[in-house]
Design a protein around this ligand. Structure first.
Ligand SMILES: [Zn+2]
Length: 275
């Protein structure tokens, strides 16, 4: 392959052949120009790949088995950032496998936790009971919070915590976890403490998860719903809670919570429809 063309594509500007050779030499720390013939022989067996959105050098290194510097060298790259549509060749590589790191992460869960510290929770007050063994899980929606829904999830979690602590005089935010529209899972009341979300004795042994938003007319967006689904499954595994012990708030008190649409989804979930 002609270095001129390669550099022209990767740099998005035209260099003279002489400038290109100097640039390549500088970047590769004096990479011998004589190696070109060997490199084109190797490129005959090289896998050609078009860079997709989200690709990174380290990902492509894991997927191809080549080191990052081998990829840089084989493609005479001048920077570590890749452009969508850029052509890369992988000498001696037959095919790109899935990224093992990404596959491992996916298997673990498809959400990230925002800790109490990270969203700025205040220490829990003393007026709470300790949580006995968790044997059931209850799903809520937060419903409309007037004038709040345009704020980000972190602000909403803080506002709910303020309302529960200051207005209702509870020890802390009532739910153990909140699922954000951003797909993050926010830690609420520590799981070592009994929650305040299902009224009275219904809170015993009951992990409370609230999905941020109003889900009477529509389901959460995909990101939020996926986070809920995968977090629920993880919590069920962690505390050995079977599907028939996963509830909607409406099963304890007269309420529409977690909203008509999400209630339907939850009913399917416990039947195993979504798994
Ligand atoms: Zn509820």
């Amino acid at each position: 392959m002609d270095e001129h063309v390669l550099l022209e594509t990767s740099m998005h500007k035209v260099l003279t052949r002489r400038q290109a050779l100097i640039a390549a030499g500088t970047f590769l720390g004096g990479f011998a120009l004589g190696a070109c013939s060997r490199s084109s022989a190797r490129q005959a067996r090289a896998l050609q790949y078009t860079v997709q959105s989200g690709d990174t050098l380290s990902q492509l290194s894991r997927r191809s088995g080549l080191s990052i510097s081998e990829i840089i060298k084989a493609n005479r790259l001048r920077s570590n950032s890749l452009e969508v549509g850029q052509r890369l060749s992988f000498p001696g590589v037959k095919e790109l496998g899935p990224d093992p790191l990404l596959a491992a992460k996916k298997q673990l869960h498809s959400y990230n936790i925002i800790t109490r510290n990270e969203w700025g929770a205040l220490p829990m007050k003393s007026n709470h009971d300790p949580m006995a063994a968790i044997t059931r899980i209850t799903v809520h929606h937060t419903h409309e919070i007037p004038g709040m829904m345009h704020r980000n999830d972190r602000e909403i979690v803080k506002a709910i915590a303020r309302y529960h602590r200051n207005t209702l005089q509870w020890a802390d935010i009532g739910y153990h976890y909140l699922i954000g529209r951003d797909g993050y899972v926010y830690e609420g009341r520590p799981v070592t403490a009994q929650g305040a979300h299902a009224r009275g004795i219904n809170n015993l042994n009951n992990l409370g998860i609230a999905v941020i938003g109003d889900f009477n007319d529509h389901l959460p967006e995909e990101k939020q719903l996926n986070a809920l689904k995968s977090f629920l499954a993880d919590m069920q595994k962690t505390y050995s809670v079977a599907n028939n012990r996963v509830y909607g708030h409406y099963q304890f008190v007269n309420t529409a919570c977690p909203g008509k649409a999400l209630k339907g989804w939850l009913q399917d979930y416990v039947k195993g429809v979504h798994s």
